[in-house]
Design a protein around this ligand. Sequence first.
Ligand code: G3H
Ligand code: 13P
Ligand code: ZN
Length: 334
Amino acid sequence: MVNYKDLGLVNTREMFKKAIKGGYAIPAFNFNNMEQLQAIIAAAVETKSPVILQVSKGARNYANATLLRYMAQGAVEYAKELGCAHPQIVLHLDHGDSFELCKDCVDMGFSSVMIDGSHLPYEENVALTKKVVEYAHKYDVTVEGELGVLAGIEDEVSAEHHTYTNPEEVIDFATRTGCDSLAISIGTSHGAYKFKPEQCHVDPATGRLVPPPLEFSVLDAVMEKLPGFPIVLHGSSSVPQEEVDTINKYGGKLEAAIGIPEDQLRKAAKSAVCKINIDSDSRLAMTAAVRKVFVEKPAEFDPRKYLGPARDNMKKLYEHKIINVLGSAGKLDC
Ligand code: G3H
Ligand code: 13P
Ligand code: ZN
């Protein structure tokens, strides 16, 4: 049994309280590899932002659970080396799908876990979430539950249509499960194809497709039922068009990739939404930089020469999110 406090990590409780009060959101960035982790930590330290490092079940399978855990521990030391004596870093399980997986993460030193029972019938979601909360709270590990289903298909997450969160259920769910935060469905979805072109209109100024707005009425109703309760938004990548264009220019084939406009996320970050999940944008930034090097320097075969630019591009993206979208820059007393 490893306790996260011994690793220098923190849970989400105080972080979320401050974020709601301050009208900003904490960035929750997924990582699977060293370059992503370096970029996240360097961006968080340079902007003086708290940060949530997210590990999915797929990431654990890809990179090895033990190695990822030690990398997160290393991240705390790396942040200190970069000049932040008191970093606020959460190690969070993203989309845990069973009690056993959540327990394993708690036992390994995670400071926060998500139990995603959103695809289950309501009573089963309540029972599973409650069971995870009872175990995690023994070790002061915070728990994110989810109500409502996000559309989108990824390795471990798949559903064809949204089911918006029913605000009538949130009090009952939060009270009976004891969860510390709640992920809700208001029109975001996972991956780089969040909307179909026919759902969008063309912005005459830029010629870009603009998707329909998020369902803020659902968020408002949830906040009315649970005043001050920490709300989480998954599927919040914006799918930057410049990265998509670079990928396509250098041999990629991403057609009609559309994300959540940043103004929608800025608006959400000012509300009780205090955790915003971003993964796909980092994948795009990494892929764009790697593709560019491969095409422009075909003789290059030292991985540092393409993973280095990929890391730089991801760091730029993380800093942009922290400073210009989530508003968490400067909220950490390093
Ligand atoms: O919400 C899912 C995250 O983007 C993680 O994706 O399961 O492919 O690692 P993954
Ligand atoms: P994106 O696919 O929009 O980056 O969402 C990531 C996410 O929700 C991780 O849980
Ligand atoms: Zn998610």
